[in-house]
Design a protein around this ligand. Structure first.
Ligand SMILES: NC(=O)c1ccc[n+]([C@@H]2O[C@H](COP(=O)([O-])OP(=O)(O)OC[C@H]3O[C@@H](n4cnc5c(N)ncnc54)[C@H](OP(=O)(O)O)[C@@H]3O)[C@@H](O)[C@H]2O)c1
Length: 296
């Protein structure tokens, strides 16, 4: 399958390229119809997806069968003040990709987030539950989803959460670094969600691309925990002797409000290609092992 991957220098983009190159994800062999020679990997220096003319020129030249949009402005706090940049990347970019995919008949997988939900619930959100983001990042991502669904018939929206990959910055790497440097970490224990392996997500994206079951999907590792639980698991697995203590959101204020509960239910995955996502602990343990082995 001829594929364009945007945001290819980011966490998820990297995992998609890596599993296509090797033929294997951590949870199994990928479908056989993906070949790295048919993948065009791009990031903002190759194409700014918020530019419609440039996006049209690029995609009509490459003529992919599908586009996977991993490009986004993901700095949740910065989204509160850099509103223009956030809207361009997270709303206008996906709209442009949707318009052009519709024009050229390509499938589009657009990646979204648990932060489109308010966080007021206490049971995992299903794909069709109403969205109502509490911060600027979630609002721009919500608008991106709407634009994609309005403009492209062959679109998959895949919401992921608390993502970690081998390349790029993420919460798990930050916790390891802080624990090593300070010997102590304080982490919020009143925000709940699903730590999610970008490698597992990448595998499910490829499987989904081989179907025509367009629509909204949740794709997170199984089990729910707090950021504190996540940090504790990572630091213990990394074998770091550090004190990890819980704190409340009130004690650790950030510029952006975050949902208190944003766990997702992968109902549509189960109903279609099957949910092969691992328990969050199993995925985190393998991730930390490999990270440490690689010299991190
Ligand atoms: N990270 C998480 O915890 C998390 C949680 C839930 C959902 N998600 C979603 O998952 C997807 C992948 O996230 P990720 O963590 O892999 O992201 P990432 O590591 O931040 O990578 C995103 C990439 O997109 C690029 N980009 C930004 N604006 C662009 C534009 N206008 N045109 C083209 N490229 C642009 C970024 O370049 P620069 O670095 O130069 O900006 C970066 O290389 C995103 O849709 C994100 O919203 C992530």
């Amino acid at each position: 399958m001829k594929l364009v991957v945007t945001g290819s220098l980011g966490q998820l983009g990297n995992e998609i390229l890596s599993i296509i190159k090797s033929g294997y994800a951590e949870i199994g062999a990928i479908p056989e119809n993906f070949d790295i020679s048919e993948v065009t990997a791009i990031d903002i220096d190759d194409l700014d997806i918020s530019d419609l003319d440039a996006t049209r020129a690029f995609l009509t030249k490459v003529k992919p069968d599908a586009v996977v949009n991993c490009a986004a402005f993901t700095n949740v706090n910065a989204c509160e003040t850099e509103t223009q940049t956030a809207y361009k990347a997270n709303a206008e970019g996906p709209r442009n990709l949707a318009i052009v995919c519709e024009e050229i008949g390509a499938k589009l997988v657009h990646i979204s987030t648990d932060y489109v939900f308010s966080g007021d619930g206490n049971t995992p959100y299903k794909e069709n539950d109403p969205t109502d983001p509490c911060g600027a990042y979630g609002k721009t991502k919500e608008q991106g989803e709407k634009f994609v669904l309005e403009n492209c018939k062959k679109a998959f929206i895949m919401r992921v959460a608390w993502l970690y990959g081998y390349v790029g910055k993420n919460f798990a790497k930050t916790m390891i670094t802080v624990a090593r440097n300070n010997g102590a970490v304080k982490v919020v224990n009143d925000q709940f969600g699903n730590p999610t392996s970008a490698n597992d997500v990448a595998y499910h994206i490829l499987k989904l691309l081989n179907t025509e079951n367009y629509g909204i999907y949740h794709c997170t590792n199984n089990g729910i925990c707090s950021w504190y639980d996540f940090a504790l698991r990572v630091i213990e697995k990394a074998g770091i002797n550090a004190t990890v203590s819980p704190c409340s959101t009130e004690e650790y204020p950030t510029p952006a409000k975050r949902p208190a509960y944003s766990a997702l239910d992968n109902a549509n995955l189960r109903a279609t290609i099957g949910d092969e996502m691992r328990d969050w602990q199993t995925a985190v343990d393998m991730y930390v092992n490999k990270l440490i082995e690689s010299g991190f």
